[in-house]
Design a binder for this molecule. Structure first.
Ligand SMILES: Nc1ncnc2c1ncn2[C@@H]1O[C@H](COP(=O)(O)OP(=O)(O)OP(=O)(O)O)[C@@H](O)[C@H]1O
Ligand SMILES: [Mg+2]
Length: 373
């Protein structure tokens, strides 16, 4: 089957949703994968743009967040609130992708990101909604880590993706996914924000609402960094709050949350650290393959953007094995890597061969994962 219109590319992340067309260098739509509903009673005789039953999506939700209860429909890569997810997809696909110009989704195929170890039920439900509610022409699910690797122009490498809800590692060799190398833990940016929230409380600020959680996320992105020293230096930093006041927080509190990835046990999590996951994922492969893999470790996802992240990772891998050589790559565009890889793959002439049509899906819904996993 041929779809003449440009394929749509959708990176539906736990924290952010990014969407555009194949061939785009960066997403046309990129905002928090979030929905907000007013939490106060409206005095209904006053004219105002906000109505009681309004829902706000993405940037609109962020702008009005003080009045809203905010919900992320995806937690750790699992879609927990399908109604909210549909509202967000509606806004992204029907309103924002073409800036309110009508788009006939039936004439487009869509490439959507897929995470390793996602339930097959979720994969099927995603496809069912996209076909039945959105009338999409055809669908391809592609593993985020593979897309992120392609974004770097590589077909061999260790693709490490740390986003908001998932930290995952996939080794790929000449385009083959190495099944023994797959690693996923559900510790990523949102858990780091939660740890920072505890630190903020210890520094004397009680910030409990969903909109205040977003302030703490902004604080994290602006001031948190990965510790490189034995002893954290004293001192503190300040962060402007929307009410005009300043939040003062110690350097120790700003460094501690990132330790989650390098030392999860110290926070009570039994998961492996990021350095152990990477090392084990490579060592699990055939000896013949390891050299190239060690020399092509690719970082992507927003939570690899902390200052000193790469340097600390080098230090920690050396602690595990100081004999092996390895190289770590991190592009400045790494937050968008998954989208960019999707944009590249979907513009290949062979893309039409790897999409699933509605007819194929209706005949055998399992074909969405049977074909590729
Ligand atoms: N400069 C930064 N420093 C540290 N963290 C950052 C930075 N920018 C973004 N982040 C964090 O990265 C996470 C979002 O990354 P990304 O958009 O890759 O995740 P996602 O694709 O939405 O989620 P996932 O892939 O886990 O489902 C958030 O936790 C965000 O706070
Ligand atoms: Mg992601």
């Amino acid at each position: 089957m041929n779809f003449y219109n440009q394929p749509i590319v959708l990176d539906n992340g736990s924290g952010n949703i990014r969407c555009g067309f194949s061939g785009d260098e960066k997403p046309r739509v990129s905002y928090s994968n979030i929905i907000g509903t007013p939490k106060y009673n409206k005095i209904n005789y006053l004219p105002n743009s906000i109505k009681q039953n309004d829902t706000f999506v993405g940037n609109d939700a962020q702008i009005n967040r003080g009045l809203l209860k905010l919900v992320y429909p995806i937690e750790n890569g699992n879609i927990e609130d399908w109604n909210s997810m549909e509202i967000i997809w509606d806004k992204v696909l029907k309103h924002d992708l073409m800036k309110d110009n009508e788009i006939n989704l039936n004439e487009h195929s869509i490439l959507i990101n897929d995470e390793i170890f996602t339930s097959n039920k979720q994969r099927e439900t995603i496809c069912q909604i996209l076909f039945e509610t959105f009338n999409i022409g055809a669908i391809n699910l592609s593993i985020s880590n593979l897309l992120s690797l392609y974004a770097m122009g590589k077909t061999t490498g260790v693709s490490v993706n740390i986003g908001d809800g998932i930290c995952s590692i996939v080794n790929i060799f000449d385009g083959y996914i190495l099944p023994n190398s797959l690693k996923r833990i559900n510790l990523a940016g949102r858990e780091i924000t939660k740890l920072l929230k505890t630190e903020v409380t210890k520094n004397g600020y009680l910030m409990n609402s969903s909109s205040e959680f977003e302030i703490i996320r902004n604080l994290k992105e602006r001031l948190c960094s990965v510790n490189m020293m034995e002893n954290i230096e004293n001192g503190s930093q300040s962060f402007p709050l929307p009410d005009g006041k300043k939040l003062n927080i110690t350097n120790e509190s700003l460094k501690k949350p990132c330790e989650l990835l390098f030392n999860p046990i110290s926070f009570g999590y039994e998961d492996n650290s990021i350095q152990e996951l990477i090392y084990k994922s490579i060592i699990n492969n055939d000896t013949e393959l390891r050299f190239k893999l060690f020399n092509s470790i690719i970082l992507s996802g927003g939570s690899t953007c902390f200052k000193n992240f790469g340097n600390r990772l080098i230090k920690e891998i050396r602690k595990i094995d100081n004999e092996i050589g390895f190289k770590i790559f991190a592009s400045t565009e790494r937050k968008n890597n998954c989208f960019i890889g999707g944009s590249i793959i979907s513009s290949l002439s062979t893309f039409n061969n790897i999409v699933i049509s509605r007819k194929e899906f209706n005949e055998n819904p399992q074909c969405v994962y049977e074909k590729y996993y």
